[in-house]
Design a protein around this ligand. Structure first.
Ligand code: SF4
Length: 331
């Protein structure tokens, strides 16, 4: 398996999970990071920005990645990160796509303007939404808005069940209800949906397709049976903090090394935590005995946040493995 995507918070504000003993990577160290990502086989660099002005060299880094052959995607903390000047600079540097947050219907006007500007500059526009008890009632309306805006991808998140807003997180049952609406949106519209912190949506899709097969080519255009290969490529991902610390995912509060101490591809191939996380046979609890573990495997940062065991079952999933006939091929 080779590394497919490196995500990176190049500036300080989003790097809370690491200690601040080391300064953030300099421009030249950041160039080294990009070079190491290329050596490890990475195809995408996903950059999170809280305030694009915090890294005056952001344009240089995007341009360097482009020259190295890596596709760059920029995700902002809010739509306010992306004024016209900033988006023009991203486009000139060669950014491929920009991800804009949309968490409430009343943000529509601002987000729609940003999406149009992104398109005008020739980049792809993606939308990300995090649903909690505070905005879950907007889910259907937001699905319609995302469709209207013709975003390339809708990234739907539910949070990791920890942190100061934990009491507002959806119960596993409410997440399952949200899956039902997401599935219908995918089936009935042209929206493409990704659920990075809810891989059990793949289990839901597989069950739905198994119980109610889609018969026509049109039916199938946007809903495909999940594959284990897709899921493996999700594990071919690393997150790099602003100080070079590496975590398996941005939501993981545990570091597995630092690119200032070891090359990126060595950490990716050899860090014991990463090796374990790539092996579905190592999972515990319900995930460990689940028929869907090769296409799903649960969201590991949530399991770790819940029990401090990164291999434990994902508490956001309602599924009880092998308690009823599935009627689907085991993967
Ligand atoms: S039990 Fe675990 S592996 Fe199975 S569907 Fe739920 S989260 Fe996924």
């Amino acid at each position: 398996m080779h590394l497919e995507e490196v995500s990176w918070t190049p500036a300080d504000r989003w790097c809370d999970a690491t200690n601040r003993d080391r300064p953030q990577l300099t421009t030249f160290e950041s160039f080294d990071l990009i070079d190491e990502a290329v050596v490890a086989g990475a195809e995408r660099l996903h950059i999170y920005v809280s305030d694009p002005q915090r890294r005056g060299d952001l344009g240089k880094l995007i341009a360097y990645a482009r020259k190295a052959g890596i596709t760059t995607i920029i995700e902002g903390e809010s739509a306010e990160c992306f004024d016209e000047q900033t988006l023009a600079a991203f486009a000139r540097a060669g950014a491929h796509a920009v991800i804009v947050p949309l968490h409430h219907v009343d943000e529509l006007q601002r987000v729609e303007n940003v999406v149009q500007t992104i398109r005008r500059f020739g980049m792809e526009a993606e939308i990300t939404s995090t649903f909690t008890l505070l905005n879950i009632d907007d889910l259907a309306a937001m699905a319609l808005l995302v469709e209207t805006m013709q975003a390339t991808l809708w990234i739907v998140r539910f949070g990791s069940f920890e942190g100061p807003t934990a009491e507002n997180h959806l119960t596993p049952e409410l997440i399952e209800e949200a899956f039902s609406l997401l599935y219908r949106s995918m089936r009935d519209t042209a929206i493409k949906i990704s659920t990075p912190d809810a891989p059990h949506f793949k289990r839901y899709v597989m069950q739905r397709l198994s119980w109610n097969p889609l018969r026509t080519r049109d039916d199938r255009c946007n809903v495909a049976m999940p594959t284990a290969k897709e899921s493996q490529s999700e594990h071919a991902h690393l997150h790099v903090d602003c100080d070079g610390a590496i975590r398996p995912d941005r939501d993981f509060s545990m570091s597995t090394g630092n690119i200032r101490d070891l090359p990126l591809d060595v950490i990716f191939r050899e860090a014991p935590l990463l090796v374990q996380l790539r092996d579905p046979r190592a999972l515990h609890g319900r995930c460990g005995v689940c028929e869907f573990k090769r296409i799903c495997g649960g969201y590991r940062p949530r399991a770790f946040a819940h029990t401090h065991d990164p291999l434990d079952e994902d508490p956001a999933c309602t599924y009880k493995p092998a308690t009823k006939p599935l009627g689907v091929a085991h993967v």
